[in-house]
Design a protein around this ligand. Structure first.
Ligand code: B1M
Length: 224
Protein backbone atom coordinates (compact mmCIF):
# COMPACT_ATOMS: atom_id res chain seq x y z
CA UNK A 1 0.00 0.00 0.00
CA UNK A 2 1.58 3.35 -1.00
CA UNK A 3 1.01 6.55 0.97
CA UNK A 4 -1.95 7.75 -1.06
CA UNK A 5 -3.63 4.33 -0.70
CA UNK A 6 -2.97 4.53 3.03
CA UNK A 7 -4.64 7.95 3.27
CA UNK A 8 -7.56 6.62 1.21
CA UNK A 9 -7.87 3.67 3.61
CA UNK A 10 -7.91 5.98 6.65
CA UNK A 11 -10.61 8.03 4.93
CA UNK A 12 -12.60 4.84 4.35
CA UNK A 13 -12.23 3.80 8.01
CA UNK A 14 -13.61 7.14 9.22
CA UNK A 15 -16.34 7.21 6.57
CA UNK A 16 -17.57 3.74 7.56
CA UNK A 17 -16.69 3.89 11.27
CA UNK A 18 -13.90 1.32 11.48
CA UNK A 19 -12.34 2.43 14.76
CA UNK A 20 -9.64 -0.24 15.22
CA UNK A 21 -8.77 -3.81 14.33
CA UNK A 22 -10.86 -5.32 17.15
CA UNK A 23 -13.98 -3.33 16.28
CA UNK A 24 -16.71 -5.62 14.88
CA UNK A 25 -18.21 -2.75 12.89
CA UNK A 26 -18.61 -2.51 9.91
CA UNK A 27 -18.97 -6.28 9.36
CA UNK A 28 -17.32 -6.23 5.93
CA UNK A 29 -14.12 -4.75 7.46
CA UNK A 30 -13.93 -7.23 10.36
CA UNK A 31 -10.35 -8.18 11.24
CA UNK A 32 -8.85 -5.32 9.20
CA UNK A 33 -6.80 -2.49 10.65
CA UNK A 34 -8.88 0.55 11.57
CA UNK A 35 -8.36 4.31 11.87
CA UNK A 36 -6.29 3.73 15.01
CA UNK A 37 -3.66 1.36 13.54
CA UNK A 38 -3.55 3.01 10.10
CA UNK A 39 -2.97 6.51 11.47
CA UNK A 40 -0.12 5.18 13.58
CA UNK A 41 1.34 3.54 10.48
CA UNK A 42 0.95 6.72 8.41
CA UNK A 43 2.86 8.74 11.02
CA UNK A 44 5.57 6.08 11.21
CA UNK A 45 5.94 6.37 7.45
CA UNK A 46 6.47 10.10 7.80
CA UNK A 47 3.17 11.31 6.36
CA UNK A 48 2.55 14.79 7.75
CA UNK A 49 -0.15 15.06 10.47
CA UNK A 50 -1.70 17.97 8.53
CA UNK A 51 -1.96 15.74 5.44
CA UNK A 52 -3.70 12.99 7.42
CA UNK A 53 -6.06 15.57 8.89
CA UNK A 54 -6.96 17.37 5.66
CA UNK A 55 -6.75 14.61 3.05
CA UNK A 56 -8.33 11.80 5.06
CA UNK A 57 -10.17 12.83 8.23
CA UNK A 58 -11.83 16.10 7.23
CA UNK A 59 -12.70 14.76 3.77
CA UNK A 60 -14.28 11.69 5.38
CA UNK A 61 -16.43 13.88 7.62
CA UNK A 62 -17.56 15.93 4.61
CA UNK A 63 -18.72 12.71 2.93
CA UNK A 64 -20.44 11.56 6.13
CA UNK A 65 -22.23 14.93 6.43
CA UNK A 66 -23.38 14.76 2.82
CA UNK A 67 -24.70 11.20 3.25
CA UNK A 68 -26.57 12.31 6.37
CA UNK A 69 -28.12 15.22 4.46
CA UNK A 70 -29.12 12.80 1.69
CA UNK A 71 -30.66 10.47 4.32
CA UNK A 72 -28.35 7.65 3.26
CA UNK A 73 -27.05 7.27 6.83
CA UNK A 74 -28.43 8.21 10.26
CA UNK A 75 -27.17 9.43 13.67
CA UNK A 76 -25.63 6.10 14.82
CA UNK A 77 -23.44 5.96 11.71
CA UNK A 78 -22.36 9.60 12.22
CA UNK A 79 -21.49 8.74 15.80
CA UNK A 80 -19.35 5.75 14.88
CA UNK A 81 -17.56 7.84 12.23
CA UNK A 82 -16.85 10.44 14.91
CA UNK A 83 -15.45 7.67 17.12
CA UNK A 84 -13.12 6.54 14.32
CA UNK A 85 -12.05 10.15 13.71
CA UNK A 86 -11.28 10.56 17.43
CA UNK A 87 -9.18 7.36 17.41
CA UNK A 88 -7.14 8.85 14.60
CA UNK A 89 -6.90 12.32 16.16
CA UNK A 90 -5.52 10.83 19.39
CA UNK A 91 -2.34 10.02 17.42
CA UNK A 92 -2.17 13.47 15.80
CA UNK A 93 -2.69 15.39 19.05
CA UNK A 94 0.95 15.35 20.28
CA UNK A 95 2.12 16.80 16.94
CA UNK A 96 -0.35 19.67 17.06
CA UNK A 97 0.37 20.38 20.70
CA UNK A 98 4.14 20.52 20.49
CA UNK A 99 4.27 24.32 20.49
CA UNK A 100 6.48 26.73 22.38
CA UNK A 101 6.82 26.28 26.10
CA UNK A 102 6.32 29.94 26.96
CA UNK A 103 2.61 30.67 26.83
CA UNK A 104 1.24 33.69 24.94
CA UNK A 105 -1.90 33.94 27.07
CA UNK A 106 -4.96 32.02 28.17
CA UNK A 107 -7.67 30.99 25.72
CA UNK A 108 -10.94 29.49 26.89
CA UNK A 109 -12.93 27.44 24.40
CA UNK A 110 -16.21 25.52 24.40
CA UNK A 111 -19.06 24.34 22.21
CA UNK A 112 -22.14 26.40 23.00
CA UNK A 113 -25.21 25.27 24.95
CA UNK A 114 -27.38 22.73 23.17
CA UNK A 115 -24.58 21.59 20.86
CA UNK A 116 -22.68 18.32 21.32
CA UNK A 117 -20.33 18.52 18.31
CA UNK A 118 -16.77 18.64 19.57
CA UNK A 119 -14.44 17.36 16.84
CA UNK A 120 -13.83 20.78 15.26
CA UNK A 121 -13.60 22.48 18.66
CA UNK A 122 -11.05 19.89 19.82
CA UNK A 123 -8.98 20.55 16.72
CA UNK A 124 -9.02 24.28 17.33
CA UNK A 125 -8.00 23.67 20.96
CA UNK A 126 -5.11 21.41 19.94
CA UNK A 127 -3.77 23.74 17.28
CA UNK A 128 -4.10 26.89 19.38
CA UNK A 129 -2.26 25.08 22.18
CA UNK A 130 0.43 24.05 19.71
CA UNK A 131 0.75 27.71 18.74
CA UNK A 132 1.78 28.58 22.29
CA UNK A 133 -1.45 29.45 24.11
CA UNK A 134 -2.66 27.90 27.33
CA UNK A 135 -6.02 26.40 26.42
CA UNK A 136 -8.83 25.77 28.89
CA UNK A 137 -11.38 23.53 27.19
CA UNK A 138 -14.81 23.65 28.80
CA UNK A 139 -16.19 20.85 26.60
CA UNK A 140 -19.60 20.80 24.96
CA UNK A 141 -23.03 22.20 25.83
CA UNK A 142 -21.48 25.17 27.65
CA UNK A 143 -23.78 27.93 28.89
CA UNK A 144 -22.93 31.58 29.38
CA UNK A 145 -22.43 31.30 33.16
CA UNK A 146 -19.80 28.59 32.75
CA UNK A 147 -17.93 30.67 30.16
CA UNK A 148 -18.12 33.80 32.33
CA UNK A 149 -17.01 31.99 35.49
CA UNK A 150 -14.00 30.53 33.70
CA UNK A 151 -13.02 33.86 32.09
CA UNK A 152 -13.11 35.56 35.51
CA UNK A 153 -11.31 32.74 37.37
CA UNK A 154 -8.54 32.48 34.79
CA UNK A 155 -8.35 36.16 33.88
CA UNK A 156 -8.14 35.00 30.26
CA UNK A 157 -7.35 37.25 27.31
CA UNK A 158 -9.66 35.48 24.87
CA UNK A 159 -12.60 33.12 24.62
CA UNK A 160 -13.75 31.00 21.69
CA UNK A 161 -17.26 29.73 20.99
CA UNK A 162 -17.93 26.87 18.58
CA UNK A 163 -21.33 25.91 17.08
CA UNK A 164 -22.20 23.37 14.39
CA UNK A 165 -25.97 23.72 14.24
CA UNK A 166 -27.98 26.59 12.84
CA UNK A 167 -30.17 26.31 15.95
CA UNK A 168 -27.29 26.60 18.43
CA UNK A 169 -25.90 29.57 16.51
CA UNK A 170 -28.77 31.44 18.13
CA UNK A 171 -27.52 30.34 21.58
CA UNK A 172 -24.11 31.62 20.50
CA UNK A 173 -25.65 35.04 20.05
CA UNK A 174 -27.09 35.26 23.58
CA UNK A 175 -23.96 33.72 25.14
CA UNK A 176 -21.72 36.20 23.29
CA UNK A 177 -23.85 39.11 24.45
CA UNK A 178 -23.81 37.98 28.10
CA UNK A 179 -20.03 37.44 28.01
CA UNK A 180 -19.49 40.90 26.52
CA UNK A 181 -21.76 42.48 29.15
CA UNK A 182 -19.95 40.83 32.09
CA UNK A 183 -16.39 40.61 30.75
CA UNK A 184 -16.03 43.60 28.39
CA UNK A 185 -12.25 43.33 27.99
CA UNK A 186 -12.13 39.68 26.88
CA UNK A 187 -11.71 39.14 23.13
CA UNK A 188 -14.44 36.88 21.79
CA UNK A 189 -13.90 34.73 18.72
CA UNK A 190 -16.47 32.50 17.06
CA UNK A 191 -16.32 29.62 14.60
CA UNK A 192 -17.99 26.46 13.33
CA UNK A 193 -19.45 25.35 10.02
CA UNK A 194 -22.59 27.56 9.90
CA UNK A 195 -20.90 30.63 11.40
CA UNK A 196 -19.89 33.54 9.15
CA UNK A 197 -18.08 36.87 9.26
CA UNK A 198 -21.47 38.55 8.85
CA UNK A 199 -22.81 36.69 11.91
CA UNK A 200 -19.78 37.88 13.89
CA UNK A 201 -20.75 41.48 13.14
CA UNK A 202 -24.40 40.78 13.94
CA UNK A 203 -23.67 39.42 17.43
CA UNK A 204 -20.85 41.81 18.33
CA UNK A 205 -18.05 39.23 18.53
CA UNK A 206 -14.48 40.43 17.99
CA UNK A 207 -13.25 37.72 15.67
CA UNK A 208 -14.44 35.00 13.33
CA UNK A 209 -12.28 32.09 12.18
CA UNK A 210 -13.15 29.60 9.47
CA UNK A 211 -10.56 27.09 10.72
CA UNK A 212 -8.03 26.51 13.52
CA UNK A 213 -5.32 28.43 11.67
CA UNK A 214 -7.63 31.44 11.44
CA UNK A 215 -8.15 31.25 15.20
CA UNK A 216 -4.38 31.16 15.75
CA UNK A 217 -3.82 34.17 13.45
CA UNK A 218 -6.47 36.16 15.26
CA UNK A 219 -5.12 35.26 18.72
CA UNK A 220 -1.53 35.97 17.73
CA UNK A 221 -2.58 39.39 16.45
CA UNK A 222 -3.67 40.21 20.01
CA UNK A 223 -0.15 39.74 21.36
CA UNK A 224 1.84 40.97 18.36
CO1 B1M B 1 -24.25 16.30 13.52
N1 B1M B 1 -24.92 17.62 12.25
N2 B1M B 1 -25.98 16.29 14.43
N3 B1M B 1 -23.49 14.91 14.64
N4 B1M B 1 -22.82 16.24 12.35
C1 B1M B 1 -23.96 18.18 11.30
C2 B1M B 1 -23.28 19.43 11.85
C3 B1M B 1 -24.85 18.46 10.01
C4 B1M B 1 -24.30 19.60 9.10
C5 B1M B 1 -25.07 17.16 9.22
C6 B1M B 1 -25.94 17.36 8.00
O1 B1M B 1 -27.14 17.54 8.12
N5 B1M B 1 -25.37 17.36 6.82
C7 B1M B 1 -26.22 18.80 10.72
C8 B1M B 1 -26.43 20.29 11.07
C9 B1M B 1 -27.46 20.95 10.19
C10 B1M B 1 -27.60 22.39 10.55
O2 B1M B 1 -27.92 22.76 11.63
N6 B1M B 1 -27.31 23.23 9.58
C11 B1M B 1 -26.15 17.93 11.96
C12 B1M B 1 -27.28 17.53 12.71
C13 B1M B 1 -28.64 17.91 12.14
C14 B1M B 1 -27.18 16.81 13.91
C15 B1M B 1 -28.32 16.36 14.85
C16 B1M B 1 -29.41 17.42 15.10
C17 B1M B 1 -28.88 15.05 14.26
C18 B1M B 1 -30.08 14.49 14.97
O3 B1M B 1 -30.04 14.18 16.13
N7 B1M B 1 -31.15 14.39 14.22
C19 B1M B 1 -27.54 16.01 16.16
C20 B1M B 1 -27.43 17.24 17.10
C21 B1M B 1 -26.83 16.85 18.44
C22 B1M B 1 -26.49 18.09 19.25
O4 B1M B 1 -25.43 18.67 19.06
N8 B1M B 1 -27.40 18.53 20.12
C23 B1M B 1 -26.20 15.66 15.61
C24 B1M B 1 -25.33 14.76 16.23
C25 B1M B 1 -24.09 14.41 15.74
C26 B1M B 1 -23.23 13.30 16.37
C27 B1M B 1 -23.26 13.34 17.91
C28 B1M B 1 -23.75 11.97 15.88
C29 B1M B 1 -21.82 13.59 15.72
C30 B1M B 1 -20.91 14.52 16.56
C31 B1M B 1 -19.90 13.75 17.37
C32 B1M B 1 -18.88 14.67 17.99
O5 B1M B 1 -18.64 15.79 17.61
N9 B1M B 1 -18.26 14.16 19.03
C33 B1M B 1 -22.22 14.40 14.47
C34 B1M B 1 -21.36 14.61 13.36
C35 B1M B 1 -20.08 13.78 13.34
C36 B1M B 1 -21.67 15.52 12.33
C37 B1M B 1 -20.88 15.79 11.01
C38 B1M B 1 -21.10 14.61 10.08
C39 B1M B 1 -19.40 16.05 11.16
C40 B1M B 1 -19.03 17.19 12.11
C41 B1M B 1 -17.53 17.23 12.23
O6 B1M B 1 -16.97 16.72 13.19
N10 B1M B 1 -16.85 17.74 11.18
C42 B1M B 1 -21.60 17.12 10.49
C43 B1M B 1 -21.59 17.27 8.98
C44 B1M B 1 -20.37 18.07 8.50
O7 B1M B 1 -19.80 18.87 9.20
N11 B1M B 1 -19.99 17.86 7.28
C45 B1M B 1 -22.84 17.13 11.26
C46 B1M B 1 -15.38 17.73 11.09
C47 B1M B 1 -14.80 18.94 11.85
C48 B1M B 1 -13.29 18.91 11.73
O8 B1M B 1 -15.30 20.10 11.23
O9 B1M B 1 -16.76 20.71 13.21
O10 B1M B 1 -16.89 22.03 11.04
P1 B1M B 1 -16.09 21.26 12.01
O11 B1M B 1 -14.92 22.18 12.56
C49 B1M B 1 -14.08 22.90 11.67
C50 B1M B 1 -14.54 24.35 11.42
O12 B1M B 1 -15.94 24.50 11.49
C51 B1M B 1 -13.76 25.16 12.39
O13 B1M B 1 -12.54 24.45 12.54
C52 B1M B 1 -12.76 23.05 12.41
C53 B1M B 1 -11.61 22.42 11.66
O14 B1M B 1 -11.48 22.94 10.37
N12 B1M B 1 -14.27 25.46 13.73
C54 B1M B 1 -13.85 26.56 14.38
C55 B1M B 1 -15.10 24.76 14.53
N13 B1M B 1 -15.24 25.40 15.69
C56 B1M B 1 -14.48 26.50 15.64
C57 B1M B 1 -14.25 27.50 16.58
C58 B1M B 1 -13.37 28.54 16.25
C59 B1M B 1 -12.77 28.58 15.00
C60 B1M B 1 -12.99 27.60 14.05
O15 B1M B 1 -13.07 29.53 17.08
C61 B1M B 1 -13.58 29.54 18.37
Amino acid sequence: MDNSDLLAKILECVEFGKVNKDAPFPPNMKGQDGADELTKLALERGIKPSEILNDALIKAMEIVGQKFSDKKIFVPQMLISAKAMNASMAHLKPYFQSGEVKRKGKFIIGTVAGDLHDIGKNLVAMIVEGAGWEVIDLGVDVNSQKFIQSIKENNSEAVGLSALLTTTMQNMKSIAQEIKAQCPSVKLIIGGAPVTEQFKIEIGADGYARDPQGAVSYLNSLVA
